[in-house]
Design a protein around this ligand. Sequence first.
Ligand code: ATP
Ligand code: MG
Length: 401
Amino acid sequence: MLPPFQTALPILKTLEDAGFEAFFVGGAIRDMLLERPIHDVDIATSAKPLEVKALFPHTIDIGIEHGTVLVLYKGGQYEVTTFRTESEYKDYRRPESVWYVDSLLEDLKRRDFTMNAIAMDDAGKLVDPFSGCDAIRNKTIQTVGSPEERFHEDALRMMRAIRFTSQLGFTIEAETKRAISLHAPLLQYIAAERITQEFIRLLEGPYPYEALKLLCETKLLSYLPGLNGAETRLEAKLHPDLNRLTEKQLWLYLLAVCGLGNKEAFLHQWRLPASKRKEILRTFGFLQKRLQAEWDLAALYDAGETAATDAETVFWALRQEKWEPRVQTMKEEFLKMKITERSELSVTGTDLMLWFGKSGGPWIKEMLRESEMAVLNGEIANDREAIRRWLMCKHQRETEF
Ligand code: ATP
Ligand code: MG
């Protein structure tokens, strides 16, 4: 048994010694079989939440209404969830309340995909009633039971299916894919935050190209915030180089190709945090500049290395030609720069007011910019006295003429 399970084994034993059943379940088993890094080791048990709490000294109530207790053990956190099914589904969302069930089998049955419905006992033996191991071997995403019913119960599962294609490089089984096309409109009942969570994981995965293609093919894309009807534009621009882009770069790509109106409003619809929206929009400005012209020193300096690299990478992805973003050359340019941001300039606004005997105003910003550019271009050294002399000379002459 792999170390993450070994570490958590005493939790299973404690539950079993108290007369309950307990198994490892969910994503950790899938990732173990795929030899991927294991994140959260989840446990399913026949013990009810209060019984779980009574057995472990350190627990947190994170979702008792869903049957989940967080057990803190040896520095780790483990979600221990009572075998459950879900009560009637309403509004195509997972219900507020749950029914506890007696058997592991019933619990595995309510899980989304066969690859996520495998359990493992304390001896490392797998319980796989829905042939999840075969699905993993064949790299297939398939719902447990009728895909139509399962997506009708909880429409977010459609997003989860496609996000897993990006994370795992799997294919969605034909019936499951057909059901996504059929039920795509149900996604409108799902809260934007939950859609965003899945979409970000999709963008972060190694195969976003394949996943975005699926979103277009199934028309699920139309039910994502702000993307109604964007399939044709996006589909025309999709190509495998998108798998080279980071999450932030993919947002820039979407902004560039989806024919969106107000880009700020679009990012807002996705409920992205303000700081992230701001940085994406700022970088998008440099991408637009790059689409007009090559980088010059001032543009590189204004963007900064991160935004410049992002804009350059997306620029190449938009060109759909041989992949040659000049990221390395840009890196060297940044290394050669005398200053890389205003705070590195040896003079401040206060210096200027003192030297020119004038009070604050827009002239300060202009003069600082001039100084920055002169230092950047190598016209003057980044030295307080050198800049003072250069500015004095330049501006006195100006007032004389
Ligand atoms: P990840 O590695 O991204 O965490 P995961 O499979 O562990 O993937 P979680 O969201 O942590 O995903 O969910 C844990 C388990 O709960 C899943 O493996 C699956 O069995 C079940 N599950 C999660 N969401 C749903 C859902 N919407 N419908 C049915 N079962 C679900
Ligand atoms: Mg998980």
